[in-house]
Design a binder for this molecule. Structure first.
Ligand code: AMP
Ligand code: MG
Length: 298
């Protein structure tokens, strides 16, 4: 059962129609069991994808300060094998990054075949924070929507499975979380003057997110609006969307693995067949191309 609302085509979005404190009919204790089960399935799916090397997965996490991007990564992604999964965080662009087009630094971090990449903030900052602070004109933002759609289609056409999560919190919940950071010694390191300043632009961010979600939702790169006031429900919603998206690929990945297995066995049989012949003979008969399963992570 989906808990996040999936947007897979362009449409007008009004965030006030989506409740940030939704928790379905679920109970917090039961959700822990459900999350553990989803985590186990996610781990298995990731393993298949990693081995099959036919697809990659790109997860984009966006949301206002304190919306839970870090928490989502810590809880939902904890079930994955770190060998096949990485996180890229995007901050204010460096001078070198700013001297290039806005997708330059992003494209370099997209996942290779078999790998899963989580974007903690992303290319979407270039149509959100830049718009709110008038660092670019509205025309540039509109052009970027088109460029983002084209970019994501390029990735999807090259077998990247894309999921984009907007972690939707309420203004009251953000205030409570910022205050909690001040009171909790272990959380105070996360405090930033900028967070309170950005909060004053709440309505501008809401408008920017509404336009962005509306203009950049597509079948190949859908947005999910995730109710994020309750952390446990947010985790359940993200994990559910992820498992439901990846599950249908399992049969293909199994098939690809079977094929790989047959090829490997044939190679081994060929090498064994040549045993007893001279080294130079063996070299000549062994396939020249490298078919080892090496994952390139950067
Ligand atoms: P944090 O995620 O809390 O570490 O903060 C990162 C900061 O970098 C946020 O305030 C983002 O809005 C900002 N940021 C990320 N990407 C961009 C960008 N392309 N242009 C301007 N600011 C950005
Ligand atoms: Mg922050």
């Amino acid at each position: 059962m989906p808990y996040a609302v999936k947007l897979d085509q362009e449409k007008k979005v009004k965030l006030s129609e989506y409740s940030p404190d939704d928790k379905g009919k679920e109970d917090k204790d039961v959700s822990a069991v459900m999350l553990a089960k989803l985590g186990a399935e996610l781990n298995e799916l990731q393993e298949w994808m990693y081995a099959a090397q036919t697809h990659s997965v790109l997860i984009v996490l966006q949301g206002l300060d304190t919306s839970g991007k870090d928490g989502t990564i810590a809880h939902v992604m904890a079930s994955m094998n770190p060998q096949g999964c990485a996180v890229s965080s995007f901050k204010v662009p460096t001078p070198e990054e700013a001297a290039h087009d806005f997708l330059w630094r992003i494209h370099k971090q997209t996942p290779g075949k078999g790998l899963m990449m989580i974007f903690n903030r992303s290319h979407y900052e270039d149509v959100l924070v830049t718009r709110v602070h008038k660092l670019v004109t509205d025309d540039v933002v509109k052009d970027r929507y088109v460029q983002i759609r084209d970019f994501e289609k390029l990735l999807a056409d090259n077998n990247t499975i894309i999921l984009k999560f907007f972690l939707h919190i309420s203004k009251d919940e953000q205030k409570a979380r910022l205050e909690a950071r001040e009171q909790d010694e272990q959380k105070a390191w996360k405090l930033s003057v900028g967070d309170w300043e950005e909060r004053q632009f709440w309505d501008d961010y809401t408008a920017a997110y509404e336009d962005t979600l509306g203009a950049t939702s597509s079948q190949c790169a859908p947005w999910y609006i995730v109710p994020a006031d309750h952390k446990w429900f947010r985790n359940l919603a993200v994990a559910t969307a992820l498992v439901e998206t990846l599950r249908p690929y399992k049969a293909d990945w199994e098939e690809a693995l079977k094929k790989l297995g047959v090829e490997r066995k044939a190679e081994l049989a060929e090498v064994r067949r040549t045993e007893g012949t001279s080294d130079s003979d063996r070299k000549r008969k062994t396939p020249k191309h490298n078919t080892s399963t090496t994952h390139v992570t950067s």
